[in-house]
Design a protein around this ligand. Structure first.
Ligand SMILES: *Cc1c(COP(=O)(O)O)cnc(C)c1O
Length: 362
């Protein structure tokens, strides 16, 4: 069997221990004689998985029972639309900080509905940093203030939690959810497509204050109302059971590894290894992100020219390093180093980068 170091941005690498566990129980789940993908979502073995995943996620986040975990399909992209549909009006608009493609896409959905307003944007700087607190113009009567906590494509991340003056804080945490301790209580509504840091594609985790989601607008379609998911424990209709099952295992793996503090230690260490190579390369590697906005999850950098970038990708693959080509909008390279990427993988990439520079500095 061959396994490479997988630096893909999403779907992305998952803990090998989790994959092995899934494999081992795939044909006979919990002595049912059936696979997890063959049993009813109303059955007791499934409900146990479902409820345990929810409980572990809340525990990892340090949140109490004033918050609820929902499992929703449609990707983070559907949340971009559901949020303004459920919470914003023409009088109480949703306020958005634009720090990359995904936050801009989120804003676009609100704008289409006539309920969006821009609080800040770093587009003029090619999204090389997240907005600073002093740049945020949040209306006091906004329905919510929305940020993208980690910008997967540009490789930038918030290292502070915005003060909103009482406006509920909403965050897309798709690519850094459960990667480090955060004061999650400061957020009213958090969502994450799991295929970056937490599991296989197919489900979005929403963690929201119950007071926000216990009653939704009656005029909305059933499946676009948060209270549909809240009232039925995310079992109104068939949930993406396999994705939720794997997410539950990943949450358990995080807990057994020592929780978010240990994830953070490893993630800081991994990110530092790569940023040090960039900073010590005499300009051969140029980081995209401003230093104070650097992401711990997605490390973006360019090489002196596109030919070298192509060569880098090709030679990396020969060294078992996969998925380092950057997003077409930024160009260059991107190494996604989520929770499941072992330190060893990052060390292999760092050594490869140094060797590649020595051979090609011209
Ligand atoms: C990948 C990603 C999305 C889009 O997720 P889908 O589940 O594909 O809709 C949104 N936000 C962030 C931060 C992402 O990384």
């Amino acid at each position: 069997m061959k396994r490479v170091y997988n630096f893909n941005p999403g779907p992305a690498t998952l803990p090998l221990d989790v994959l092995k566990e899934v494999q081992a129980e795939f044909l006979d789940f919990d002595e049912t004689g059936m696979s997890i993908v063959e049993i009813s979502h109303r059955s007791q073995p499934y409900e146990k998985v479902h409820n345990q995943a929810k409980a572990d996620i809340l525990e990892l986040m340090g949140l109490g029972d004033d918050y609820e975990v929902l499992f929703i399909q449609g990707g983070a992209s559907l949340q971009f639309a559901m949020i303004p549909m459920n919470f914003a009006t023409k009088d109480k608009k949703g306020s958005y900080a634009l720090s990359g493609i995904f936050s801009s896409n989120a804003y676009k959905e609100a704008e289409n509905l006539g309920v969006g307003k821009i609080a800040a944007s770093t587009k003029d700087e090619n999204f090389c940093r997240v907005p600073r607190q002093d740049e945020l113009k949040i209306d006091a009567d906004a329905a919510y203030f929305h940020i993208c906590f980690n910008n997967t494509i540009y490789g930038t991340e918030y290292h502070y939690i915005p003060e909103t003056g009482g406006v509920p804080l909403f965050a897309d945490m798709s690519s850094n959810m459960l990667s480090r301790p955060v004061d999650f209580k400061k957020f009213s509504f958090i969502y994450a497509g799991v295929q970056k840091n937490l599991g296989p594609a197919g489900v979005v985790i929403v963690v929201a204050k119950k007071s926000l989601i216990e009653k939704s607008l009656e005029t909305l379609p059933t499946m676009l109302r948060y209270d549909t998911f809240y009232k039925k424990n995310s079992l109104y209709n068939t949930p993406p059971a396999f994705s939720i099952y794997v997410v539950g295992k990943v949450a358990r793996w995080i807990k057994n590894s020592g929780g978010l503090p240990v994830m953070a230690q490893r993630n800081f260490r991994k990110a530092k290894i790569l940023y040090d190579v960039i900073d010590e390369s005499d300009g051969f590697y140029k980081g995209h992100a401003h230093k104070d906005s650097r992401s711990l999850m997605n490390v973006t950098f360019r090489l002196p020219n596109e030919d070298l970038e192509k060569k880098f990708v090709a030679e990396a693959a020969e060294n078992n390093i996969n998925g380092v080509k950057g997003h077409r909008l930024v160009g260059g390279m991107r190494a996604s180093i989520y929770n499941a990427m072992p330190i060893e993988g990052v060390e292999v990439l760092a050594e490869f980068m140094k060797k590649f520079q020595r051979k090609n500095k011209g």
